[in-house]
Design a protein around this ligand. Structure first.
Ligand SMILES: [Zn+2]
Length: 349
């Protein structure tokens, strides 16, 4: 048992879990996403370099990863600060900021957001997908990687004393790479040592979450403290979803607010819209998994901020919750998904 046992670790220090309130379990407040830039076809090269304007906004919404400026969420501190105040006014209490090494984690800015807004912010330890791993990261052993992760939680991240409160999002590609596999093993070792929460970004293939859970379990992870992110774009088949749910990790529907005609990272995937996500959550509640569901928006680009006509960080509380009630998801189930499940997950064992 560690000294963190029974507490949640925010960027401002340890708090009692009951202080969290409604919690979004997968968001980004400051990051860059250049690693996922997707060059547009030649006829759209000019538009991809324009500033964000009303006349190109629809194109950016449909091709968010082909517009370089759109990938610089770290340039929007003031807009994000305002949104966090709005999230709080709408009944929000906390969020997990999943930015890890490779997409410009900045714990100092997270601390500033927490101080300015009073929203509890939990920062993520670890590394994003293989494409962002440095040669030094690739060269590390599982033991060395485990030390990096435990240090970010026990002593501080990015050369500061600001501590992470979860491991992840740990980035995985499809197929899983050697470097990613080592980091998953280190994640399991650090999790077992500290009793901390873990959150995973799976590769874009329905088999990816199954393989990741296998690797984590073989390395000794506590599956009940593990979140599989992006279920909405990864396991679309109902039978496969229910099979995965049986494994016992948290199932996170975290792309609320997105509606893409063409998913640039994997054209085979028809990205569901919010109504489909709501039907999936209803299905999982009906099947008895209400203790295992989490929800978020995973905002990681500018165009999803209200400043640019986007849905913002309050979309779930203001728009999705009323629609879920209308579709038969009870107030009690929603309290579990938004308050109780995040609290259980984020509390150190
Ligand atoms: Zn994310």
């Amino acid at each position: 048992m560690s000294s963190l046992s029974g507490k949640v670790q925010t960027v401002l220090g340890l708090i009692e879990p009951s202080k969290l309130g409604r919690t979004l379990t997968h968001e980004h407040l400051t990051m860059t996403f250049d690693c996922s830039y997707y060059p547009p076809p030649p006829c759209y090269e000019a538009i991809s370099k324009e500033p964000i304007m009303m006349k190109n906004l629809f194109w950016i919404q449909k091709n968010p990863y082909s517009h370089k400026e759109n990938l610089q969420l770290n340039q929007e501190m003031e807009a994000v600060r305002e949104e966090l105040l709005n999230f709080k006014a709408k009944g929000g209490g906390a969020l997990v900021e999943n930015t890890t090494v490779g997409i410009s984690r900045d714990v100092k800015t997270l601390k500033w957001f927490a101080e300015e807004t009073g929203v509890h912010i939990i920062s993520g330890a670890g590394f994003y997908v293989d494409a962002t791993h440095s040669p030094e990261t690739r060269a590390m052993s599982v033991e060395q990687l485990t030390d990096v992760l435990t240090n970010e939680i026990l002593h501080g991240a990015d050369g500061t004393t600001i501590k992470c409160g979860v491991i992840g999002e740990i980035g995985c590609s499809w197929p899983l790479t050697e470097s990613e596999k080592k980091i998953l093993q280190a994640t399991a070792h650090a999790q077992a040592q500290l009793g901390c929460p873990v959150i995973i970004h799976p590769g874009r293939h329905p088999s990816a979450p199954f393989q990741i859970i296998r690797v984590l379990q073989e390395a000794g992870v506590d599956i009940s403290k593990t979140v599989m992110s992006h279920i909405d774009r990864t396991i679309l088949d109902k039978k496969e979803l229910l099979e995965f749910a049986q494994l016992g990790c948290y199932l996170e529907y975290d792309l609320f607010g997105t509606a893409l005609l063409h998913y640039q990272f994997n054209p085979d995937i028809d990205m569901p819209d919010d109504n489909k996500r709501i039907r999936r959550v209803r299905l999982l509640v009906d099947e008895g998994y209400e203790d295992r569901i989490l929800m978020a928006h995973d905002i990681h680009t500018k165009h999803r901020l209200m400043k640019y006509g986007g849905h913002g960080y309050s979309h779930i509380l203001t728009n999705i919750v009323p629609k879920m009630l209308l579709r038969g998801i009870t107030e009690n189930a929603l309290d579990k998904i938004l308050i109780e499940n995040p609290k259980q997950w984020l509390t150190f064992k």
